[in-house]
Ligand binder design. Sequence first.
Ligand SMILES: Cc1cc2nc3c(=O)[nH]c(=O)nc-3n(C[C@H](O)[C@H](O)[C@H](O)COP(=O)(O)OP(=O)(O)OC[C@H]3O[C@@H](n4cnc5c(N)ncnc54)[C@H](O)[C@@H]3O)c2cc1C
Length: 381
Amino acid sequence: MSELADPTPLSELTTLGVGGAPERMLVATETDDLVDQLIELWQTDAPWMVLGGGSNTVATDDEIPGTVVLIRTRGIERIATDAGVVLRVQAGETWDDLVEYAVQHNLAGIEALSGIPGSVGAAPIQNIGAYGQELSSVLLGVELLDVDTGERSHVSASALGLGYRTSVLKRHGGADADRDAVVLSVDLLLTEADDGVGRPIAYAQLASALGVELGERVELMRVREAVLALRRSKGMILDPDDRDTCSAGSFFTNPIVPEAAARALPSDAPRWPLGEPDDSATVIPLDGSSDIIAPPPITGAVRPHVKLSAAWLIEHARIERGFHLPGSRAAISSKHTLALTNRGNARSSDIAALARFVQARVQAEFGITLQPEPVLIDIEL
Ligand SMILES: Cc1cc2nc3c(=O)[nH]c(=O)nc-3n(C[C@H](O)[C@H](O)[C@H](O)COP(=O)(O)OP(=O)(O)OC[C@H]3O[C@@H](n4cnc5c(N)ncnc54)[C@H](O)[C@@H]3O)c2cc1C
């Protein structure tokens, strides 16, 4: 049942630990009820938002206007098909519980996505990815409730505009999504691994941790354990005893720029020419004030783009791990340059000030504007 809850501050419901209380809060534990409640909400013009695990949301400390709906719906249904096993999973399931379930049931395809916090329903919003796997490679489709029509429909993954940390459902920064809808459930097509081994290892650091070559296949549980260990070493597994994990994960996406812009960077700047299947990506434009001018479009040809390392850019803009502004409780993680962390009692304004500082330094040094990865609620960078 959906129920009205006393509004809890978002500082207690988000992993970064900032954010004020909403005017009103609903908790939805059943999908049909979630639908009824949302449709009722949409009949008024009052603001609303949904929240899963709060691990990709950074909200203002001011009161959040309107209603926050916490999605806590549960259920994993297994459907056998000729192509493989489909798992239909309700939006409120915890992502990492689902990965554990898949690994335990010898289902391959998401083992390298172990340890990512948050809910299943939010996974397509930014097409989660890590260690050489991305949701888009196993996502068949989602059930959506569209805000404009109030209708439920099954939508195939190809209609979701999935790219590098993006989809048509994502509210980039605080902007409106291209498609305003709530994910009710997610269908994943996984491979039944009778031999217990996963998909080919596609990430050099993971291959090295496992002591295998890239492209080798390894037991699902070994992959999961290796990924969890790597993530823990970077503060990327939630741990109440480790302040470095009090973050929204990577705060900035890796910029994607025209090849000509990448050529202007120092030769040791890491760069990955795009074109690999899991890199079909949204192009993040260089800031208008940049000195680097993108080449004109070449008619009839695809202009090459290059993905850069946001972590390298930050470090080479002379911002070190652990860095914080004077008197601020927000700091760069001591383990991971891309994570902005709350060292205890940080305000949303501390996080925003640190993010702006990082952006300004990288912009001044390299002419590239880093884009935030989390969804920002009433916060401007
Ligand atoms: C320590 C740490 C490590 C991380 N590592 C990774 C990583 O390796 N790779 C990666 O891709 N991400 C990573 N993230 C980011 C985050 O975990 C993912 O983006 C995750 O999918 C967010 O899920 P959530 O339920 O917490 O989303 P929330 O923060 O609750 O919501 C995020 C956005 O999605 C919307 N939303 C949530 N549920 C729904 C729904 N059912 N329908 C429609 N909209 C919805 C919300 O309104 C909000 O706009 C990391 C975060 C942390 C804190």
